[in-house]
Design a protein around this ligand. Structure first.
Ligand code: ADP
Ligand code: MG
Length: 730
């Protein structure tokens, strides 16, 4: 007998390959063609207007109103030429998605005709009707409105037929309502702090930019199967499903070739990305079946953040054209790896030096060590804050599970740099002897470039690893907006660099130490005091948990508790001192993150309840009825005597189905009661904790029964696509 389930799957997932219309000229022929970049600006703006945008981009100079009109008019001409009909202020509200409200360029004129209108005021500021974006009470308490304001540091671009103008989103009272505003503030303070420190080494440095290269992991599933899974559709992850016999054990996906259909999808989204100026460079399979990764060449952090947000939209759109769905959730499938978004981060000077790349001479290396050690020290001071910013309902499935970096924040630097720090730690305090300095220069600081060439020790289990010329923050979730972790990382490093500078200056001014001696002295103290954050071993091991506890490092596995760190005294002081966020903004964000968490678990719980009620139980009962008919028939044929022995299997099955379905229903009802209790709690933190501790545990309990039923029940009648089907894309 033909397997109908299999046949319908075949039909649903088969489709002709999508035609690709990628020009022949290669990437250089279309890279950035949809971006109002410098070339487009030079073509469409007068000299003065061009200079004023560049000054705004490079030096943060204000653009005056008449200039804004000229820029808007050039931008409009460019956009119309490219076929755009609408424009939008594009921003990144705290929902995690990007937001846009499209307005047409077209406006009627008084004499009944139409003209295309777009002036400086429309470019610079807009008031989106955005009362539904999360604001953590800011706009209720203060002012009912917010506005979006042009961010000239990120170029405008065209998506489809819409000119998108990157903007920040703030309340009329000035509080940030988006991801971008605090990021821009953090980038500014790290620029200032790092530039000041650079001046110890090179007076010519006038600006330091933070660089970010993200690596984005994602899953692809067939759209037809996706649509048949209410959980994937509504929560982005599967809440049920037995692991396939063959998962990722053989690593064959990682090393295998990319399937034809996936390859076409990749080619097309990369084409779209390149037209938008997103420098996607790398594509490959990931460890789990159906999992892939993309990575661009790194860029200035603000632009890289925008590009990551943009690409998340692009891949979802392109995937649909290929009959696929792109899953950006951190853990779409249990039992195989989840997805992360590694944030490769560094600082670069306007003189072209990567501050986390060892220099060419001892002085350059001292500069490298300064930034390297200050970063470690910053992470040591604010490990908990860093932990809090990567917390989300989705990422809870990765952190602490045996795959992604653990929930314990630590820093990996490799054995060779560890040895360098150990040497520096031994130097005497105060003025260094001439011999000591020579020795340091020759044997310790001078040796760094050489040893880094042999950068063989790579630790994949560390949440924050030094990888030769940058740090890699690996614990960020795949669906996260990079702006949040980048705000924190740049802010904590900025604070640290400021403190470093005042300590060094104090040693020079008050103790009369030479500059080098003062720097060595402070670094030595930092190496000592931040030692507990350094860990070179296996981050997944149980031993590390015990060791970390001894060292006093936090190990918080769930979001609502991790978020407490975001509003700790230290965190608030950091944000306020640097002017990155004020107390209102911090508290509002805390509330929004808690609420996001709670709503996600609530939705998952409802979906699980629904699937239990209208997929699992009905399917189980139907199959049980079939078994009982079989048993009855057996009785008719064999009579009392042999019947019992011969129907042992179906009778046991009937019993198991009865027990498991009744368990599912009981658990589902208990889960609803738990939800009701939680919903009655006003305080969002308490409510989130209740969702975490009293609602969430039911998911696993229900799943156990469901996954057993999946194995017990005839494959033909099971209504939900199975893991082995979803994870084997062709
Ligand atoms: P890996 O060994 O981790 O694969 P790659 O050299 O491929 O390292 O880089 C991974 C990511 O790190 C890429 O996006 C790359 O552009 C980025 N990257 C490289 N150098 C820097 C830097 N100085 N600052 C930020 N990101 C960087
Ligand atoms: Mg990497």
């Amino acid at each position: 007998m033909a397997n109908h389930r299999f046949q319908s799957l075949e039909t649903a997932t088969q489709r002709p390959p999508v035609e690709l219309n990628i020009p022949d000229g290669g990437i250089p022929s279309y890279f950035g063609e949809m971006v109002f970049n410098r070339k487009a600006m030079r073509d469409y703006l007068g000299n003065e207007a061009y200079k004023s945008v560049v000054a705004a981009m490079e030096l943060g100079k204000k653009i005056d109103r008449s200039m804004a009109d000229q820029i808007a008019s050039g931008m409009k001409a460019w956009a119309l030429n490219k076929g755009a009909t609408h424009y939008t202020h594009w921003f990144q509200p705290l929902t995690g998605a990007t937001a846009e409200k499209h307005d047409s360029f077209f406006e009627p004129t008084f004499d009944g005709q139409a003209m295309e209108k777009f002036d400086g005021s429309l470019l610079v500021q807009q008031e989106p009707d955005a009362s539904s974006f999360p604001n953590g009470g800011i706009r209720n308490t203060f002012e009912a409105r917010g506005y979006t304001a042009w961010d000239p540091t990120s170029a405008a671009f065209i998506m489809g037929t819409t000119l998108c103008i990157p903007t920040i989103f703030v309340a009329y009272t000035g509080e940030a309502l988006d991801y971008k505003t605090p990021l821009l503030r953090a980038l500014q303070v790290v620029d200032q702090a790092a530039t000041d420190v650079c001046k110890y080494f090179d007076k010519n440095v006038n600006k330091v930019t933070s660089t970010l290269g993200w690596e984005q992991e994602y899953f692809l599933v067939d759209n037809a199967l996706f649509k048949a899974r209410p959980d994937l559709q509504q929560t982005g992850r599967t809440l049920l499903g037995h692991s396939p016999a063959k998962g990722q054990q053989l690593d064959d996906h990682y090393f295998g070739t990319i399937p034809e259909r996936v390859m076409r999808f990749m080619q097309e989204f990369e084409y779209e990305a390149h037209r938008l100026g997103i420098p996607i460079k790398t594509r490959h399979n990931e460890v789990a079946p159906g999992q892939y990764e993309m990575a661009p060449i790194f860029e200035e952090a603000n632009l890289a953040v925008d590009h990551n947000s943009l690409i998340m939209d692009v891949v979802e759109k392109v995937a649909r054209r290929h009959g696929l769905r792109c899953l950006l959730h951190e853990k779409p499938f249990a039992g195989v790896n989840g997805s992360g978004k590694h944030n490769n981060w560094s600082l670069a000077t306007d003189t072209g030096v990567n501050l986390l790349s060892p220099g060419k001479n001892p002085m350059g290396n001292l500069q490298f060590l300064t930034f390297f050690i200050n970063t470690i020290k910053a992470v040591h001071r604010h490990a908990d804050l860093l932990r809090s910013i990567i917390a989300s309902a989705g990422n809870d499935h990765r952190l602490g599970a045996n795959e992604a970096p653990p929930a314990i924040i630590s820093v990996f630097i490799g054995s060779q740099l560890s040895a360098v720090l150990d040497e520096l730690e031994k130097i005497e305090s105060g003025k260094l002897s001439a011999e000591k300095k020579t020795e340091l220069k020759l044997n310790v600081v001078g040796k760094i470039p050489e040893i880094l060439l042999d950068n063989t020790d790579r630790n994949r289990t560390s949440p924050f690893a030094f990888t030769g010329n940058k740090f890699e923050l690996r614990a960020v979730g795949s669906s996260a907006n990079c702006a949040a972790p980048m705000t924190i990382l740049n802010a904590i490093v900025a604070q640290q660099l400021k403190d470093f500078k005042s300590e060094v200056d104090a040693l020079i001014d008050k103790k009369g130490l030479k500059k080098d001696d003062a720097i060595f002295n402070v670094l030595k103290e930092y190496i000592k005091s931040s030692k507990s954050i350094r860990f070179e071993g296996d981050g997944y091991s149980g031993d590390w948990e015990k060791e970390a506890e001894k060292r006093g490092l936090s190990n918080v596995r769930t979001t609502p508790h991790a978020l407490d760190f975001f509003v700790s005294k230290d965190s608030i002081q950091l944000f306020e001192d640097l002017g990155v966020m004020n107390r209102t903004e911090i508290e509002a964000r805390h509330e929004i993150m808690l609420e996001n968490y709670q709503l996600k678990i609530q939705i998952e719980s409802r979906v699980l309840g629904d699937i239990s009620g209208n997929h699992l139980v009905p399917t189980a009962l139907r199959y049980q009825t079939l078994l009982m008919q079989n048993i009855q028939g057996m009785h008719e044929v064999f009579g009392d005597k042999e019947f019992k022995k011969l129907t042992k299997v179906p009778r046991n099955m009937v019993q198991e189905i009865a027990e498991r379905t009744s368990e599912i229903i009981t658990l589902k009802e208990e889960m609803i009661e738990a939800r009701k209790r939680a919903n009655a709690v006003d305080d969002v933190r308490k409510r989130s904790i209740m969702y975490c501790e009293e609602v969430l545990p039911y998911f696993e309990k229900i799943r156990v029964h469901s996954d057993k039923l999946e194995l017990l029940i005839d494959d033909e009648v099971w209504t939900l696509p199975k893991y082995r089907e979803m994870l084997s894309l062709r």
